[in-house]
Design a protein around this ligand. Structure first.
Ligand code: 8YV
Length: 331
């Protein structure tokens, strides 16, 4: 059967997703999985009816300018669309979709893993056994971390992922606090026993652990600025599984180096894929736990994300509004 709609996928996706795409569309796969450089991405934008990019593709206004006449949908494989200029795309009649909902629980699990790993010194402890030096054995005062139970967790961004983190945190005996653009419903607040702070500054100054769970948008760029980070208590920990750009990373490094906050757990970085060498050093010293953007990295999540992409493309090609359309007002 001849498939007429040219769908270009910029990275390797799970086999089952790629196979289904080949069954449904004239799908062009990236067998090498190498991220596309600017020229390759521009060529894909020229040739495609539908582009399926990921977080590693920068689709700014200049790139949108280079889109061919047939490109009418950018069906992002991923939730965050901060790498796509949605307004510029819409102005050219190109719709943008994402994959919300299917990576919520996995990302919340990874957030909880960091909330555990940093105060309980999980990586630092493991490293002592892997260093090659013999282990001197158990000691009552060695490898002491901080207890989670009874501490206060301040969640920045109480959307799907923030709420999923709150559910987990509650089970670990953490008191849930949050800051969000809009206060969540009374029912949600009550079920999470969550305390709302309209002032982010006020919340930051009072928490034991901060978790960043808001999207990166123009409004949240460096939301945790140098000024705000300085409000954190010296014994506070900060965890980020959202986007590096939400935190002023250089300011965070300075605070960590000066011992003005206790530690950080970072799954995302401001200049991915480059890891700030100072963060690497802090991680080697055990003050920071770093992960390579693994929040949604489960087989199940990635297959579900692929299904969402396919549903968005199908709806669009059938002339319907795709279920997960993103418009600038949502950002
Ligand atoms: C994805 C993510 O792996 O969905 C998101 O926003 O940050 C990640 O979990 C990535 O964006 C895929 O493009």
């Amino acid at each position: 059967m001849r498939r007429t709609h040219r769908v270009i996928i910029t990275r390797r996706l799970p086999d089952v997703v790629e196979t289904r795409m080949r069954e449904l569309f004239d799908a062009e796969l990236n067998m090498t999985d190498a991220p596309m450089d600017e020229a390759a991405l521009a060529a894909a934008m020229q040739a495609a009816d539908v582009l399926v990019p990921t977080v590693t593709d920068r689709i700014d206004a200049a790139m949108i300018e280079r889109a061919g006449p047939n490109l009418k949908l950018i069906a992002n494989f991923g939730n965050g669309v901060d790498h796509i200029d949605v307004a510029a795309a819409n102005a050219r009649g190109i719709h943008v979709t994402n994959t919300p909902g299917v990576l919520t629980e996995d990302t919340a699990d990874m957030t909880m893993a960091l909330i555990l790993a940093v105060p309980r010194r999980l990586v630092a402890g493991a490293r002592t056994l892997l260093s090659g030096e013999p282990w001197a054995g158990w000691s009552p005062t060695w490898m002491l971390g901080r207890r989670l139970g009874g501490k206060r967790l301040g969640i920045v961004g109480m959307g799907r992922i923030g709420q999923a983190v709150a559910r987990r945190a509650k089970a670990f005996g953490l008191a849930v606090h949050y800051h969000n653009r809009r206060r969540v419903s009374t029912a949600v607040e009550e079920s999470l026993e969550a305390t709302y702070w309209e002032s982010l500054d006020q919340m930051l100054a009072r928490m034991d652990i901060i978790s960043v769970n808001c999207p990166h948008t123009p409004a949240t760029y460096h939301l945790l600025s140098a000024r705000r980070l300085a409000l954190l208590r010296p014994d506070a920990f900060i965890v980020n599984t959202a986007r590096g750009e939400v935190i002023d990373e250089a300011a965070l490094v300075k605070l960590l180096e000066a011992g003005k906050i206790a530690g950080a757990g970072l799954d995302v970085f401001e200049h991915e894929p480059v890891l700030n060498p100072k963060l690497r050093r802090l991680a080697n010293e055990g003050k920071v736990v770093v992960l390579p953007h693994m929040g949604s990295a489960t087989v199940e999540s990635r297959i579900d994300m692929g299904d969402k992409v396919i549903m968005n493309i199908r709806a669009h090609l059938d002339g319907h509004q795709p279920p997960n359309r993103v418009v600038p007002a949502m950002l």
